[in-house]
Design a protein around this ligand. Structure first.
Ligand code: ADP
Ligand code: MG
Length: 295
């Protein structure tokens, strides 16, 4: 490609809300044949709200919300924000107690001490790691919420799983059109998420994706990208979270949502400034147009 063509391509990208790390990025953009999409914050808005609370017999709702909310207040995760906000609203004083020994367990949840109770909030698997089992009626509540496409996390304290908190997140209004445009350009879309399989499949169906890889821990997202590459695919990955940074760096082309975290933006080759997934299709088209004319 001539320097002038590359400059024109880069300038046109900026107009479309696409920032390239450098002109060399156009080549990997042109070549991509598979596009891996992170779910939360990429295909969905990532803005969640607490929609239901299911508790074991005799557990006071406000205590469950206070203990879970106090921990989640220290987490940046979209699920955490929804829970902390609802818990704060349920407190007469409007403030939540400060946790001690807070720890974020990436891809699983949070843990810490609140008002003397050892509290866990997150995937059922996190509670299982501490030998806490949800009672059967809560397992049912969780499964029903997930089948309806909602995300359900468990809360436990003092050695017992005691509740299920249901949050929901909406698919971005532009996601289905973006997927259709990527397909029209010949790319195969794949949905990748740490979230539950049922939720992931509901979202995939809503936007028109057939291939779903769910319940993947943040550190394993890289292995998923590497596996697709080993099948001979040229992989573009679109993500927004700290959790996506390593996968964005491993992919042949990393596209970061401009509305996402700094870690994702730094790891990506290209930024979709407006956080609109349709710009991913624009980027592919632009790269093909820029390099295609001069090959
Ligand atoms: P995604 O890949 O969709 O962005 P994550 O890898 O961030 O999802 O999280 C995977 C799962 O881990 C979530 O769906 C949730 O069940 C659990 N989880 C992660 N962080 C938290 C948290 N702060 N509170 C509760 N659950 C959490
Ligand atoms: Mg995300």
């Amino acid at each position: 490609a001539t320097p002038t063509a590359l400059m024109v391509g880069t300038g046109r990208g900026a107009q479309l809300g696409i920032l390239l790390k450098g002109p060399e990025v156009l080549e990997s953009t042109r070549r991509a044949d598979t596009v891996v999409l992170d779910k939360t914050g990429t295909v969905t808005t990532g803005v969640m709200t607490l929609t239901a609370v299911h508790l074991a017999d005799g557990v006071p709702r406000q205590q469950a919300l206070r203990l879970a909310g106090a921990l989640e207040h220290s987490s940046e995760h979209p699920i955490a924000r929804a829970i902390a906000e609802a818990a704060q609203a349920a407190e007469p004083s409007g403030t939540l107690p400060a946790p001690e020994d807070f720890a974020n367990v990436p891809g699983l949840g949070v843990q810490g001490i609140v008002e003397g109770h050892a509290v866990l909030v997150g995937r059922e698997r996190l509670l299982h790691d501490w030998s806490q089992q949800l009672p059967p009626e809560l397992v049912t509540a969780k499964e029903e919420a997930e089948a309806a496409g909602r995300t359900a996390v468990a809360v436990g304290w003092d050695g017992e799983a005691r509740g299920v908190l249901v949050v929901s997140d909406a698919v971005k209004p532009t996601s289905a059109e973006a997927v259709a445009r990527l397909r029209a350009l010949g790319l195969t879309p794949v949905l990748l998420t740490g979230d539950n399989k049922a939720v992931a499949e509901a979202v995939a169906a809503e936007v028109g994706i057939d291939e779903v890889i769910a319940e993947v821990l943040p550190e394993d997202k890289v292995a998923v990208i590497a596996r697709l590459q080993s099948e001979g695919r040229s992989v573009a990955m679109v993500g927004d979270g700290v959790n996506d940074a390593a996968a964005l760096a491993t992919a042949d082309l990393g596209l970061a949502m401009g509305t996402g975290t700094d870690a994702a933006i730094e790891a990506g080759d290209l930024t979709l400034v407006r956080g609109d997934l349709r710009a991913a299709a624009d980027a592919i088209r632009l790269a093909r147009a820029t390099l295609g004319t001069i090959r």
